[in-house]
Unconditional design. Structure first.
Length: 255
């Protein structure tokens, strides 16, 4: 199945990697990995980590080849930027991707234009979100979080956390950007961002969206456009590392 991206468009591929367990598929995924990827997979001490790495790298390779169908999945090469984010080194230029995975869900965002990032989190994995927020979030976010009733704070924490992760992934800098140097706010169903002047970024160029792809997971997207322009279309697929992606629906979560 060949896929194409129009101007400003992005495609989001979602996969429950824990459901990919049959041995022929796993062997086929392993065969797609470069020696470096195989070595990285084998460094994981826990079997679930090795499985996640195997499926993630295979999914990236086979999905990219659906946009550049004359490139075999095994032929892609990658490099890390100065902050450690993997990027396409060849043999085709112009495609960009962002990958995120957690227990039970993997998300791969493919685009051509601007900056974009995706983050997905398992909302069952953090037991004391208020403590993390108090340590890492911007003061305005902490104030808003603690103003909520206790039963709503966990949901709001993951709104903030996934949005913040999606932004630093879109920038390609990860935690080299201090999380307290930018703050999200929610008003009238709109997600807004404000920056510490030290970040030298323009809030007008950023667009964000929140989703709940399963009852257990929270997902956020960050995308840039020219200031004042609306983001291009987003198409969502149910993915598989070896099989053709299938269109699926994904409703936005209103903060």
């Amino acid at each position: 199945m060949e896929l194409a991206l129009g101007p400003g468009e992005a495609h989001l591929h979602l996969l429950d990697h824990e459901a990919v367990v049959d041995e022929p598929t796993l062997q086929a995924c392993d065969a797609l990995l470069s020696p470096e990827e195989q070595s990285r997979r084998d460094r994981y001490l826990v079997a679930s980590g090795r499985h996640q790495q195997r499926i993630a790298r295979a999914l990236v390779r086979t999905t990219l080849s659906r946009y550049a169908f004359d490139v075999a999945p095994r032929a892609w090469s990658f490099r890390d930027n100065r902050y450690g984010r993997p990027e396409i080194a060849g043999p085709v230029e112009g495609l960009r991707f962002s990958l995120s995975h957690t227990a039970g869900l993997m998300a791969l965002l493919v685009h051509r234009d601007g900056e974009a990032g995706v983050d997905v989190e398992d909302t069952a994995r953090i037991t004391r979100p208020e403590e993390i927020a108090d340590r890492f979030f911007a003061p305005a976010e902490v104030e808003e979080l603690f103003s909520l009733p206790a039963e709503r704070r966990r949901d709001r924490f993951f709104d903030y956390w996934t949005l913040k992760e999606s932004y630093i992934k879109a920038r390609g800098m990860g935690l080299f950007i201090p999380l307290e140097h930018f703050a999200f706010s929610f008003a009238a169903g709109r997600i807004a961002i404000a920056f510490d002047p030290r970040l030298e970024d323009d809030a007008r160029r950023w667009h964000f969206a929140l989703f709940q792809p399963t009852t257990r997971h929270r997902l956020a997207l960050a995308r840039t456009e020219a200031p004042g322009a609306e983001p291009g279309a987003l198409t969502v697929f149910a993915a598989h590392p070896l099989e053709a992606p299938q269109p699926r629906t994904l409703s936005a979560r209103l903060p």
